[in-house]
Design a protein around this ligand. Structure first.
Ligand SMILES: Cc1cc2nc3c(=O)[nH]c(=O)nc-3n(C[C@H](O)[C@H](O)[C@H](O)COP(=O)(O)O)c2cc1C
Length: 275
């Protein structure tokens, strides 16, 4: 069960936990104490724990004192603007792997990304070792090469890019598939999740920004997505459950490049609703 508990010594009976509950399952009783009315309706978002000014509320067995306190911790608007504008697709990487603990930390932070109806069901399939990704690249390029040889690559940009992947690898030893990154991340969701694609993309977008804020380079990997569609057996080899819907993929690693200024985009294309 959801284990909603209120420390009566700490509770100042402000009612914020009840007011902020999106499912409306917390209410103040006749003595003005918060009560969980319908634990089945709780979506386990932990807003009650997060909003309590005195750390009196515990839910799901979580100790509110173990939460990251937020006072003075939020990045400024200026800092976030620099991150969003300064994030770049990185296509040159250092040879060395990131420390596995750093990858775990980034994934754990990205797991805080919002999910529809708080499903929290995104699976992060990750390659933590360059040696493993090298083997995957070798397998995939060989398969794509065979499809190319047999004239079975799809028409259009997907086929053209996959053909370029094969040529670049065979002729120049250039890794266009993963852009030379040592690591790969794929997000997927099980059947029955209310917002499967959105959850996957938001999780990856969050990972992207958090990684770059920690000095890790990233590249959204549409070419790998095409390769995966052309060679679907790869997903089983990677241990992605058959019933999962794959969202997208991102390669990442320590960058071998530094950008000194933002690119200049915009203004945003805006359609203002007038009435
Ligand atoms: C959905 C998506 C798929 C992408 N796929 C690839 C890819 O396969 N290889 C690559 O080098 N860049 C890929 N990119 C990176 C884009 O080319 C890049 O975002 C764009 O050129 C703008 O550059 P910036 O990210 O540095 O601002 C992809 C980006 C997105 C959003």
């Amino acid at each position: 069960m959801v284990q909603f508990q209120v420390d009566e010594q700490r509770c100042i009976q402000c009612g914020e936990c009840a007011l902020d509950c999106p499912a409306g399952v917390i209410a103040m009783d006749d003595d003005n104490r918060p009560q969980m009315r319908d634990s089945n309706g709780c979506i386990q978002c932990q807003h009650c724990l997060a909003i309590c000014p005195t750390a009196a509320v515990s839910i799901l067995g979580k100790d509110p004192e173990a939460s990251l306190p937020l006072a003075g911790k939020m990045p400024s608007g200026e800092q976030l603007t620099a991150l969003v504008k300064g994030r770049r697709t990185v296509r040159r990487y250092q040879e060395a792997d990131l420390a596995p603990e750093q990858i775990d930390e980034l994934l754990n932070i990205a797991s805080h990304a919002p999910t529809g109806v708080n499903a929290n069901a995104v699976l992060f399939t990750v390659v933590k070792k360059r040696a493993v990704l090298n083997k995957l690249r070798d397998d995939l390029v060989a398969k794509l090469g065979k499809l190319k040889e047999d004239g079975r690559l799809p028409e259009g940009p997907a086929g053209e890019y996959m053909s370029a992947v094969v040529n670049a690898w065979q002729e120049k030893g250039q890794d266009v598939l993963f852009r030379g990154a040592p690591h790969l991340l794929i997000t997927s969701t099980p059947a029955g999740v209310p917002c499967p694609e959105q959850d996957c993309l938001i999780a990856l977008t969050t990972f992207d920004l958090v990684a770059q804020a920690h000095g890790v380079g990233t590249v959204w990997d549409g070419i790998f997505m095409w390769a995966l569609a052309a060679c679907p057996e790869i997903r089983g080899q990677m241990g992605i459950p058959a019933e999962h819907r794959i969202g997208y993929a991102m390669a990442f690693g320590a960058p071998a490049v530094e950008y000194h200024r933002c690119v200049q985009r915009g203004p945003a294309q805006v359609n203002e609703v007038q009435r």
